[in-house]
Design a protein around this ligand. Sequence first.
Ligand SMILES: [Fe+2]
Ligand SMILES: [Fe+2]
Length: 208
Amino acid sequence: MMLKPIATVFLAFSFLTATLPAPAFAGLIHPAAAITKDLENAVNTQIRHEMEAAYFYLALANVYEQQALFGFSHWFTVQFFEEVTHARLMMKFLSDKGNEVRLESLQPTSMKKDLTAMDGANLGLQAEEAQTSRIHALYELARTAKAYDLETVMAFFVKEQVQEEASFTDLQQKLKIIGNSPEGLLALDRDLLARPVPVVQPLPVIGP
Ligand SMILES: [Fe+2]
Ligand SMILES: [Fe+2]
């Protein structure tokens, strides 16, 4: 049977492309690939942890608001915004990679009304230490999976956690110096009002 001209051209082209050597750079070109479902789930879980941290700091801010420690309340409110930014950066990464962002339910947060300023610093440090372990685990997961893009993002958070823990140990140190002095506590409360409020900005692609 005679082949139609178009089929002949197609066959000739297929033969040529099958027999020509591949260009030298062919193996180096990878299309941007979404990260695996397992890693996507792990990032979505960490987004929830960041949002729960935000919720936790907001609860602390409310406690100090009721105690008329407005500087502490402000400081923890800024911390709330910082955690939301962490979650947004992770969402941005998933979104840039074409992965799914899922907003999981948050655990309710309740705080005792009579927490001291030192209680807040101690609880904050504990929360950050737990967050650091999760961030390290996620970094390790990305590394093991050779997901270099996620590894780079997590390297940013590894560094960020050093600063996060340090901000709470600084607060603990200052409160230790103040001891039982109401004047000292009120002076620190005034100082904490100076913590800059972050502005909501379009998110950058993050890296270390
Ligand atoms: Fe965080
Ligand atoms: Fe944090």
